[in-house]
Write a protein that binds this ligand. Structure first.
Ligand SMILES: C[S@@+](CC[C@H](N)C(=O)[O-])C[C@H]1O[C@@H](n2cnc3c(N)ncnc32)[C@H](O)[C@@H]1O
Length: 225
């Protein structure tokens, strides 16, 4: 066997057969075709018509969990197009139900690996903002290589953000926050900005607070490519 057939990328998630309610399952089967797509690299570039009006700002939320914050922000900003990318079926199902209940026209869901979607599905210099709220911290040292935010990922988002585009990142893991800070401070193409308050806490933010963790919020602006 050659290297290409044995090479498996290190992913930032593990797909587990978690618990899923019958209504989340129903939403995945019936609402994903309406509000989203099941993405894999072979699908190539995602057409603008799917993502929304190319004249409007495009905000991408990576790993939106149950999608409650994403739906609430999309509801408040109907002139902006939001795309949520997740791999967690129960969360995607929950979010799809909320989109349908709120009759949202400006939020689309992609079920798939955000790294793959950005790399193969999104045109360069097209995203206004990327949100990564409480990405999986992979706390054990031997798992740090699974953390989604690493040098390659920052290089990738630098290509995909528009000039002056923003990336918002929050974590409740001190060691991950230090890593994020160190990685971005090495880059000449990003500048640190103030972070805006969230309108609602996310599930994992609440969990961090209950555990007594400090919350670290970052905003970086792409100043050149
Ligand atoms: C710790 S949870 C945070 C969820 C939510 N943002 C919150 O704050 O409650 C991280 C989420 O990122 C998702 N995730 C991890 N890697 C991903 C990837 N490469 N593409 C899409 N989603 C991913 C996981 O499935 C999980 O739901």
């Amino acid at each position: 066997m050659n290297n290409s057939s044995t090479h498996r990328p290190v992913r930032s998630f593990v797909r587990r057969k978690g618990r899923i309610t019958s209504s989340q399952k129903y939403a995945l089967e019936n609402l994903l075709p309406k509000y989203g797509i099941q993405y894999s690299a072979d699908l190539g570039i995602i057409p603008d018509s799917f993502l929304g009006d190319p004249e409007s700002p495009l905000i991408i939320d990576i790993g939106f969990g149950n999608g409650e914050l994403l739906v609430s922000v999309a509801n408040e900003n109907t002139q902006t197009h939001f795309v949520g990318i997740e791999v967690y079926d129960a969360g995607i199902g929950h979010c799809l139900k909320l989109i349908d209940e709120n009759n949202l026209k400006n939020l689309k869901i992609i079920s798939g690996d955000a790294v793959e979607v950005l790399k193969f599905g999104i045109v360069d210099a097209s995203i206004s903002e990327i949100n990564l709220l409480f990405p999986d911290p992979w706390p054990k040292k031997r798992h740090h290589k699974r953390r989604i935010i690493n040098g390659d990922f920052i290089q990738l988002i630098s290509k995909k953000l528009m000039p002056n585009g923003l990336v918002n990142i929050s974590t409740d893991w001190e060691n991950y926050a230090e890593q994020i800070d160190a990685l971005f401070s090495k880059r000449k193409d990003f500048e640190k900005k103030g972070f805006s308050e969230r309108v609602l806490s996310t599930k994992f933010e609440e969990r961090g607070v209950v555990l007594g963790h400090e919350i670290y919020d970052f905003c970086f602006k792409l100043i050149s490519q």
